[in-house]
Design a protein around this ligand. Structure first.
Ligand code: NIG
Ligand code: FE
Length: 405
């Protein structure tokens, strides 16, 4: 694929252009196979560049969104819970059990079809890499089944690339309520044994009503012993030990971080933990937003993600995340775009995505807009005109612009 006529190109490679986003004007990108092979001024496209040509017509091209936090595999619907919450009831972690019951009752085919639909939906709004957590099965069989469904998604070249996470420590399931430590034993033993081969990450929900710091530490240590990278749901519903635990165990990312003390921010900074903020969870639970500017000021890398799940954030839409991060969390449009692309890549410890320089994966999104600022400036408007996934055009066929060389 050759994309030319790009009015504004976001490379996220500061050495290639202006500012931290490495902006280039009147640019072109050449992809060879699934990789970017050349980036530069449209007037200097190398001769004999292969493949179909996509004329951006002066529009903006950005790296595909990296959604580094989702719970994509589940069954059921909790719209009644949402409606009750909007009428004044608080959110409680216990709602997760409702989805666990629906997920256990669903067939594997149903789970696959539903996850596939959500993955397609994510792709249509510009997501080219998506992290997918288990956590709605909570038995050895059901967690392994969710990771199997996840691995099927990962095999599909027409869907976003999938990065799988084991979240057996999401909540204590009903059958273990009398024996939470027994459940932790199960998670760090047989469940991890069954799930680790299909996962790259181990996560836990450190929160009142879910797991305490000691329980999460045990699970994360066991995950690390199985070779998994670590991430943690931390300080979402109230202050707690999660952020400092993430720092202590060397987690790649701590997620949510709505309620942070100065010592928490310090610990994240010192340990170099990426802060993954999930503003639609605050939007959909009517909660205060995390203080993104304070984290940035402390030198923490901030990623933005959807948290797609049926309880707190039923969206796959990264442009909405960007708009909320700008409007409600005070990020600049540049910082928000970076967090939703390069920030997500950092949260997944991936060097080959989230940017558009030579050698990077050719995952790119053509916006129906002259700049990425429109993602926040035109909230709720579907601005994704085309998506190139690993060098192939998978969404959108701007007919006027596509020509064979
Ligand atoms: O990330 N925090 C824990 N898990 C989800 C909520 C899951 C649910 O309510 O089903 C979250 O917000
Ligand atoms: Fe989550």
């Amino acid at each position: 694929v050759v994309v030319d006529g790009i009015g504004l190109l976001v490379t996220n490679r500061p050495e290639m252009g202006e500012g931290p986003l490495g902006l280039l004007r009147d640019a072109a990108v050449v992809a060879d196979g699934d990789r970017v092979s050349w980036v530069g001024p449209a007037s200097q496209i190398p001769g004999g560049a292969p493949g179909p040509r996509l004329d951006a017509g002066g529009r903006c091209l950005i790296p595909g969104f990296v959604d580094s936090h989702t719970h994509l595999v589940f069954a059921g619907d909790r719209s009644d819970e949402f409606a009750a919450r909007m009428a004044g009831l608080p959110y409680r972690a216990g709602g997760i059990s409702t989805t666990v019951a629906s997920t256990r009752a669903a067939t594997e085919a149903e789970l696959t079809a539903r996850a596939e639909r959500l993955a397609r939906e994510a792709l249509a709004s510009g997501t080219t890499t998506i992290e997918v957590k288990s956590g709605y099965g909570l038995t050895v069989f059901d967690e392994a089944r969710i990771l199997l469904v996840t691995s099927r998604l990962a095999d599909r070249p027409d869907l976003p690339s999938v990065d799988p996470t084991f979240l057996g420590a999401h909540v204590v399931p009903p059958e273990h309520l009398q024996d939470p430590d027994g459940y932790v034993e199960l998670v760090r033993g047989p469940m991890l044994e069954a799930c680790a081969p299909r996962a790259r990450w181990c996560d836990a929900f450190c929160e009142r009503g879910a797991f305490d710091a000691d329980q999460c530490r045990e699970v994360l240590r066991a995950g690390a012993a199985h070779g998994l990278g670590l991430r943690l749901h931390a300080n979402q519903l109230g202050p707690g030990p999660g952020a400092q635990l993430a720092a202590e165990v060397g987690a790649t990312s701590a997620d949510h971080l709505t309620h942070l003390s100065p010592a928490d921010v310090d610990a994240l900074t010192q340990a170099g933990v990426v802060a993954t903020l999930l503003p639609v969870a605050e939007f959909s639970t009517r909660s205060p937003y995390p203080d993104a500017r304070r984290l940035l000021a402390a030198g923490v890398v901030v990623a933005l993600a959807t948290d797609c799940n049926p309880g707190t954030s039923y969206t796959t839409c990264m442009p909405l995340v960007v708009a909320l991060a700008v409007r409600e969390m005070g990020l600049t449009p540049d910082q928000a775009l970076w967090g939703a692309t390069a920030g997500g890549a950092a949260a997944l410890d991936r060097q080959d995505i989230g940017a558009l320089g030579p050698g990077d994966r050719a995952d790119m999104v053509l916006l129906e807009a002259p700049s990425h600022i429109h993602l926040a400036y035109r909230p709720g408007v579907p601005l994704v005109g085309a998506v190139v996934l690993g060098g192939s055009l998978v969404v959108g066929q701007p007919p006027a612009g596509v020509a064979r060389p």
